[in-house]
Design a protein around this ligand. Structure first.
Ligand code: PLP
Length: 263
């Protein structure tokens, strides 16, 4: 066993609860890639199989809720799990199953990327699912990471037009039981992409990065997985957010550089 393999064998795992994306643009493939970029291993609970290209979701087949819960329990029984990343859930019934498992493991930090729709348009969680996510799952999570359209849907508001409105909407989620909300500014405008951390009883904290004009899918998956990996490594929430934003930015810059280099 090499030194890297030995270090990984002793490190905590990140449990990824998410759907597959056959294009590789988003979903569980992105999550595993990200967790291993931080030197950690993943264990998995697959929630859905999607047939999708970068342009459309052609089909989504959901995994039975008891099978999702079974995968999670087996992963948690087998490994030292340092954090859990949750992505696509699909239905309220799957959320109920996930919540039942999390109730038994409340000391493990959970990072929730509230996947509501693919950027190509198709809904990946229906309205009943949104209610279950807000009412039951949010209070069990250390952090939820909505983008501006997701935040608007979750708070039944118009998309926030500025930071004041975004902070107000994040505050509504905190009032409904979220411990911490990271509002992602990727769907905003301007030269800077600002993410804002809103936590109960604390002033909002901003994380700035230059805005990169790149249409890359899966950045939400990457950010939430990177945060979960950093928490599993023992970093504070704010340090985890800083490192994760840098990681996603580096990927976006790499991607734009490789597009420019194409003949
Ligand atoms: N498909 C799956 C399985 C996902 O988990 C996600 C996001 O997490 C998406 C699609 C949406 O990704 P995008 O917004 O990049 O299309």
């Amino acid at each position: 066993m090499g030194r890297r393999d030995r270090a990984m064998a002793m490190s905590p795992y990140v449990l990824i609860v998410a759907g597959s994306d056959s294009s590789g643009g988003a979903g569980i493939a992105r999550d595993i890639e990200t967790v291993s970029a931080f030197g950690l291993r993943s264990c998995l609970a697959l929630t859905a199989i999607t047939v999708q290209t970068h342009r459309q979701v052609e089909h989504a087949e959901l995994v039975r809720p008891e099978l999702v819960a079974g995968q999670m329990r087996a992963a948690l029984d087998t490994n030292a799990v340092g954090a859990i990343k949750i992505g696509m859930l699909g239905t309220a019934a799957i959320i109920d199953a996930v919540v039942a498992v999390l109730d038994d493991h409340q000391t493990i930090a959970v990072v929730l990327d509230p996947v509501l729709a693919a950027s190509s348009g198709r809904l990946l969680l229906d309205a009943t699912g949104r209610t279950a996510l807000k009412g039951q799952l949010l209070p069990l999570c250390r952090l939820v990471t909505p983008n501006l359209p997701e935040l608007a849907l979750l708070t039944q508001s118009e998309p926030a037009r500025n930071e004041t409105e975004a902070i107000h909407q994040a505050g509504l989620l905190v009032d409904q039981g979220a411990r911490a909300v990271l509002v992602k500014g990727g769907h905003g405008t301007g030269d800077t992409s600002t993410d804002i951390l809103v936590e109960r009883g604390r002033s909002p904290v901003s994380f700035d990065a230059p805005r990169v004009n790149a249409e890359m899918r899966g950045t939400g998956c990457m950010l939430a997985s990177a945060i979960a990996a950093n928490i599993a490594l023992g970093n504070s929430l704010e340090e985890s957010l800083r490192r994760s934003k840098t990681y996603v930015l580096d990927h976006l810059l790499e991607q734009t550089a490789s597009w420019r280099a194409r003949p």
